[in-house]
Design a protein around this ligand. Structure first.
Ligand SMILES: [Zn+2]
Length: 333
């Protein structure tokens, strides 16, 4: 995992320069599109700085005591803060724990390093608490924040971090990396474009589990249109998988449905006869009905992905019932 990725090279060089010139900041904010590997880069920076082999421009040695502890997730001078499974937010208790940690003396007599992953998920109290530490950072410490939505962070926090920006990348080296990661190397370019130049996102879209998930969603849409499934039961199932996630992928599916309607080729990859089923659903409805379904999905996705707590199952049920009424073709051939 701890290698320099082809599309991270210029940022890596930038980081190496600040180390060599002794200009490492106390807080570094990594921003870029989702799936570009901000967390991977943060890991690399953290493990490089903790590595006991002092060769700042190279990747961490992966052999010294520090590297071994880091890779095992047990390094005493390192801490990761991220969204806990049961919620969407990073809470103030997590940040307080991190502050206690970073103020302790380093056990390896080097830096204390913290990664706050998806930093935009900090709630207001958590952000306020972090701000105090950013204003008076302890010596020999580094806080790495990663975020694909920097605008959600208070300007007071953003202004106290040095920024490192990751741009979408379509270079040959990146395509070569992607080709080694996916099932159909020939589709690498399409996938990367579809993922907006974010290589990890592109690789995820191609894996088998993901293709099965997409087929499952299409089957669910089909079952609803045939009254074969109870809307409440389906909304429960979807809600368990994550409402925001489901609504996001329904939006991508409806983008393809709209493309099929205007006789343009779809963007996503489909397994087995999924595309045939999708085409069947497309044929059942007219363009206006399909666009209205898309609008409803877009609205509910916006609500589900906001930080305000909504009844997410209700948002899913709302769409399922709408889709059932619009697409129901019982009695039709
Ligand atoms: Zn090492």
């Amino acid at each position: 995992m701890l290698n320099i990725l082809p599309w991270h090279r210029s940022q890596w060089n930038q980081f190496c320069k600040s180390v060599t010139h002794g200009r490492l900041p106390h807080a570094l904010m990594l921003t870029g599109p989702e799936g570009i590997g901000l967390k991977e880069f943060a890991y690399l920076v953290a493990s490089r700085l903790l590595c006991l082999e002092d060769e700042a421009t190279l990747a961490p040695c992966r052999k010294c005591r520090s590297c071994v502890l880091f890779e095992a997730g047990n390094h005493p001078d390192y801490m990761l803060v991220d969204v806990e499974e049961d919620g969407k937010q990073i809470r103030v208790e997590q940040i307080r724990k991190m502050i206690d940690f970073i103020n302790l003396k380093s056990q390896f007599d080097r830096l204390k390093i913290v990664i706050i992953d998806s930093a935009h998920s900090m709630n207001k109290n958590a952000a306020n608490s972090l701000l105090k530490t950013l204003e008076e950072p302890p010596a020999d410490s580094l806080i790495l924040l990663t975020t694909h939505r920097p605008n959600l962070l208070p300007v007071t926090i953003r202004s106290r971090c040095q920024k490192m920006i990751f741009q979408p990348d379509y270079s040959t080296d990146t395509l070569e990396w992607l080709k080694r990661k996916i099932m159909e190397p020939a589709s690498a370019e399409t996938l990367l474009r579809f993922a907006g130049g974010a290589p990890f996102a592109a690789a995820n879209y191609s894996d088998e589990q993901h293709l099965e998930f997409i087929s499952g969603l299409i089957n669910d849409l089909y079952s609803v249109s045939r009254n074969q499934i109870n809307p409440v039961a389906l909304s429960q199932k979807w809600n368990k998988a994550g409402a925001e996630y489901i609504l996001y992928w329904l939006l991508r599916l409806f983008t393809d449905i709209l493309r099929l309607k205007i006789k343009t080729s779809p963007i996503l990859f489909y397994q087995g006869d999924s595309l045939k089923i999708l085409q069947g659903l497309t044929n059942q409805l007219d363009l206006v009905q399909l666009m209205q379904s898309y609008d409803l999905l877009l609205k509910n996705y916006g609500l589900a992905s906001s930080q305000i707590s909504f009844n997410t199952q209700g948002l899913l049920e709302d769409f399922i019932i709408y889709w059932q009424e619009t697409s129901n073709c019982e009695g039709k051939p």
